[in-house]
Design a protein around this ligand. Structure first.
Ligand code: C2E
Ligand code: MG
Ligand code: MG
Length: 468
């Protein structure tokens, strides 16, 4: 009898263990996705009047931690995160694991109010200072939150909306949390569609390059032109690079864009040269996402060999829309480009991560002052003195300073007085197709007077030139 009882208990325990194992994640002990869904559904059914905040948390640097510290490091990071999440929720609230790098948390919420946002941010902050054993780095997380029933009354959509908000949050910056907003899903769909259609667009000649001139302030001569990409989409019409470059940067498409832009610019510059049209410098934008690739240098070299042009006439403008994460690699890549004989510029200076130390350490040629510092510069002392400081810093580091987005004559005059080297902007000329750019170069000696330059190469408000 006793034996039979023990056998029954044993079977029962075994069954329970089996069920538990099927519903929980072996590594962290958290509910797996089906179990989480079930528990959430039961919560919704039992308390129809409740408000629930569903949090989708992505660990962004899991792959990197795995690469650095192996499976043990990555696993202990995730286990520790799971413990912290479990400790952060109250009884009746839920924590689950969706995939290796993604957690789900369902919280009782009063309403989609700032209070919830503070609590959610506190949860993320608790996760962030976590360290992997033996590692220096911190865990990077991004989260999205959707509210039931304010955003949706469907359980599937609630989870999907939180994931959509998390993917936007990861894009903005790590350790951030974004609430789901209507339209975010359409935004994501459009991004996804554009990503697919970009390759097709490349193959069907939907992309083209326009050029915007840069003018040297001391002499009024044309210093060069910047190549800017345009996408004439079959259905959506013109799409600007600010919309599709960030999408391209997430995949290999950014590589195709660089190939297209650099090749086209080199071919056009060559054509102008053969037609006797003088353009001292051609500038092409380069994303940090391009520079991180292993085959970056080889592909640049290959394109330069294919389309020979004096290398000192080519400048690469480094933009930083992708999170800048490796100063040593940046320094190495710039030195490699310099060894090829190219010029290197920092684009949109003052808006992102590249600071004074990197300018000092890395052998750059040009600083492009972002247009946010230029706009209305003559109207406030603060903007003027900020620009003055950047120009002085450029001079100290022997960098050419180019002001971007100059729209008014007064801005140009102020920049000239401050000793900035060159300007680029709608005031002088909006970006032009190659043929129109050639005409602009031809006509410039006449047009330049309009901007206070004299065609004998001296500015009416002259000051000594320092550009070599
Ligand atoms: P950027 O390299 O800083 O280029 C300057 C942007 O400012 C261009 O926008 C240009 O049309 C615009 N602009 C010029 N003058 C003015 C002005 O006076 N006022 C105003 N409001 N805007 C002015 P665009 O062509 O839309 O390009 C935006 C950004 O997209 C570029 O900023 C660059 O970061 C990126 N981009 C453009 N083409 C390429 C490319 O071929 N490759 C990569 N990686 N990025 C590119
Ligand atoms: Mg640029
Ligand atoms: Mg710029």
């Amino acid at each position: 009898m006793q034996e039979l009882f023990e056998k029954d208990l044993d079977d029962d325990l075994r069954r329970q263990m089996l069920v538990y194992g099927q519903r929980h994640d072996a590594q962290t002990g958290l509910m797996n996705f089906p179990a989480f869904q079930e528990a959430l559904s039961a919560w919704m059914d039992s308390q129809p009047g409740a408000t629930i905040a569903l949090l989708w948390i992505d660990v962004l640097n899991l792959r990197r931690e795995f690469a650095l510290w192996g499976r043990h490091g990555a696993d202990s990071l995730i286990s520790r995160a799971a413990d912290l999440l479990r400790a952060a929720v109250d009884s009746g609230e839920l924590v689950g694991r969706y995939s290796s790098r993604c957690f789900l948390v369902a919280l009782k919420a009063e309403a989609p109010a700032p209070l919830e946002k503070r609590r959610i941010q506190a949860i993320l902050d608790a996760l962030s200072p976590m360290r992997v054993p033996g590692a220096q780095g911190m865990v990077e997380v991004a989260a999205g939150v959707a509210f039931w029933p304010a955003n949706t009354t469907s359980l599937d959509d609630l989870i999907r909306f939180a994931s959509i908000a998390a993917s936007r949050a990861a894009y903005v910056k790590s350790r951030s949390v974004l609430p789901f907003r209507t339209g975010m899903d359409q935004h994501l769909m459009r991004d996804h569609r554009l990503e697919i259609e970009m390759l097709e667009g490349m193959n069907n000649n939907q992309f083209r390059i326009v050029y915007q001139p840069k003018i040297e302030l001391a002499t009024g001569r044309i210093l060069g032109a910047e190549a800017l990409i345009r996408w004439d989409h079959r259905q959506d019409g013109a799409i600007m690079p600010s919309e599709f470059i960030p999408i391209a940067e997430r995949s290999d498409l950014i590589h195709l864009i660089l190939r297209f832009t650099l090749r086209t610019a080199l071919m056009d510059a060559r054509r102008w040269e053969e037609a006797g049209i003088d353009l001292p410098l051609i500038a092409v934008n380069l994303s940090w996402a391009n520079m991180r690739r292993d085959d970056f240098l080889a592909s640049i070299r290959e394109m330069l060999d294919e389309h020979p042009l004096s290398r000192t006439r080519i400048e690469l403008e480094i933009t930083e829309s992708v999170l800048f994460d490796d100063e040593d690699l940046f320094d190495l890549r710039v030195r490699q480009l310099k060894n090829l004989g190219l010029r290197v510029a920092i684009d949109d200076f003052g808006t992102r991560y590249i600071g004074f130390n990197m300018l000092k350490r890395t052998p750059l040629d040009t600083l492009k002052i972002d247009r946010c510092f230029i706009h209305g510069l003559h109207r406030t002392d603060e903007a003027r003195s900020l620009c003055q400081t950047i120009v002085a810093m450029g001079r100290q580091l022997r960098l050419r300073t180019v002001a971007e987005g100059v729209e008014e004559q007064a801005e140009l005059d102020t920049l000239r007085a401050l000793g900035c080297d060159a300007v680029q902007g709608f005031l002088i000329q909006r970006p032009l197709r190659a043929r129109a750019m050639a005409e602009f170069i031809r006509d410039w000696p006449v047009r330049m007077r309009k901007f206070g330059f004299s065609s004998d190469g001296e500015s009416r408000l002259s000051r000594p030139s320092r550009i070599g």
